[in-house]
Design a protein around this ligand. Structure first.
Ligand SMILES: [Ca+2]
Ligand SMILES: [Ca+2]
Length: 172
């Protein structure tokens, strides 16, 4: 789904900037490397969780990638790419913390006009790339409380890595 230090795909740009997963999900119909795809139920609030069940053959689908926009940021997302799941035994579970990544497709200006979601209500995806065009660790946000006067964000929008925890359980 992504490679650290490389350009994000346009599909990932849609997710990171605007929260749309439709473009990534559509790859299972057009990209031979994507066996299947599915969506969560929607917004996951801090401390909350979601559960998704996938039916697949371990011979055909040995790797799992997962990503979600980090709301109230320019282009942050949380996720992991290419998690090896082919050797999980029935009943076995795998837990890991997931990093917050900067998709590198939009500068972290924190302006209301460029941040969709409740804090900004601004633009989601646009096709321009005015950041370093590399997926990197997200440096976090500054916020208006910490000196960025033009920021639409306040101290309670700040975050630290990791951004989420995933548990993968093979159930049969
Ligand atoms: Ca960025
Ligand atoms: Ca963009």
């Amino acid at each position: 789904m992504f490679e650290v230090g490389q350009s994000a795909s346009v599909e990932l740009e849609h997710l990171a900037e605007g929260g749309s997963n439709a473009e990534l999900l559509a790859l299972s119909g057009s990209d031979d490397n994507v066996y299947t795809s599915t969506s969560g139920k929607g917004l996951i609030m801090p401390g909350a969780s979601d559960s998704i069940t996938l039916t697949l053959s371990p011979e055909q689908a040995k790797y799992l990638s997962v990503a979600s926009m980090f709301v109230n940021t320019n282009d942050a997302f949380v996720g992991e790419t290419g998690l090896s799941i082919g050797s999980l035994a029935s009943g076995e579970a795998f837990v890991m913390n997931m990093n917050v990544w900067d998709s590198g497709t939009e500068g972290n200006d924190e302006l209301a006009a460029t941040i969709p979601g409740p804090a900004g209500g601004g633009e989601g995806f646009n096709a321009n790339r005015n950041d370093d065009d590399k997926v990197t660790f997200h440096p976090g946000i500054v916020s208006k409380d910490d000196g960025l006067a033009t920021s639409a964000l306040s101290a309670n929008h700040r975050f630290l890595n990791p951004g989420a925890r995933i548990t993968i359980t093979r159930i049969e």
